[in-house]
Design a protein around this ligand. Structure first.
Ligand SMILES: NC(=O)C1=CN([C@@H]2O[C@H](COP(=O)(O)OP(=O)(O)OC[C@H]3O[C@@H](n4cnc5c(N)ncnc54)[C@H](O)[C@@H]3O)[C@@H](O)[C@H]2O)C=CC1
Ligand SMILES: O=C(O)[C@@H]1CCC=N1
Length: 257
């Protein structure tokens, strides 16, 4: 399968990195076109994939992944439509350019997927929110098989895609702020910066693994950690007093709006 990636900023590069990690994908079948010749060359060199000089070369694509900004998406997809074949599948990750708009821009109703991935696709641990209402989002297509290699696919109705995008797509930024604040607080109390990040990051990974693998509820995990009269419950109390839960819920609500 020839995979052409359009746009290679944060998300385009993350998707390329994840694809390059897959055993069933050969780097020689991955192509990239970014907004500038130098950035295209740079990313192509970094991942040992093929740089593309112009959009017209996308005629050879079996799959196009559009990871350009929303305004660029709106101008470039109609041009792309006149270049690719009817068999080419288009996966667009531009947030807010939904399936009805994609149909308008591409002038077709089949072979398109609107998906909001998150940055951990670069390490094949992503959350990929996919609009379940389009034909190509069914489980057994080669493209969906490929995307499964990048992380967990969450198929949702169109009106819930923004919700999964906030909690999965945007939340890595919120989690990173939490990790940074956690590390800062350990540094404040004398720990070295490097060790502080190691502690915070491994804590997050281990906690996520525990929740996923043991399938215990977050509340149960919290109760396991907080010993009666112990130190953790004092921290929990401080978080509640400072509106931690409310802040997180408001952040997600604002992200969706
Ligand atoms: N960053 C993230 O975590 C996520 C981003 N997205 C979506 O991905 C898209 C890109 O976002 P980012 O990677 O964060 O932005 P970015 O600004 O880092 O990357 C944009 C890329 O598009 C390229 N580009 C601009 N004009 C172009 C053109 N005419 N032809 C080809 N390439 C062109 C730029 O050179 C750059 O490589 C957005 O639509 C966003 O909604 C979706 C989910 C998560
Ligand atoms: O910030 C954004 O708009 C994109 C969509 C989800 C994550 N990043």
């Amino acid at each position: 399968m020839n995979i052409y990636v359009l746009g290679a900023g944060s998300m385009g590069a993350a998707l390329i990195a994840g694809l390059c990690n897959l055993e069933n994908v050969s780097r020689e079948n991955i192509y990239v076109l970014s907004g500038h010749t130098e950035s295209t060359a740079k990313i192509a060199h970094k991942y040992q994939i093929n740089p593309v000089g112009q959009l017209a070369e996308f005629s050879g694509a079996d799959l196009v992944i559009n990871a350009t900004p929303v305004d660029v998406t709106r101008t470039i997809l109609p041009k792309l439509a006149s270049i690719i074949t009817a068999e080419t599948v288009v996966v667009s990750v531009a947030y807010g350019v939904d399936v009805p708009e994609l149909k308008q821009l591409l002038g077709r109703v089949t072979g398109l997927i609107y998906m909001i991935p998150n940055i951990p696709v670069s390490v094949n641990q992503g959350v990929l929110a996919v609009d379940s209402t389009v034909d190509q989002a069914s489980e057994d297509t080669p493209v969906m098989e490929l995307l499964r290699g990048l992380g967990q696919i969450v198929r949702v109705e169109a009106d819930l895609l923004d919700v999964v995008s906030a909690g999965g797509g945007s939340a890595p930024a919120f989690a990173a702020i939490f990790v940074e604040a956690l590390a800062d607080s350990m540094v404040l109390h004398g720990l070295g910066r490097k060790v502080a990040y190691q502690v915070a990051e491994q804590m997050l990974r281990g906690t996520a693994s525990l929740l996923l693998d043991r399938q215990i509820l977050p509340a149960q995990l919290k109760d396991l950690v907080a010993s009666p009269g112990g130190s953790t419950i004092r921290g929990v109390n401080a978080l509640e007093q400072h509106g931690f839960r409310a802040a997180v819920m408001e952040a997600i609500t604002k992200t969706i709006a």
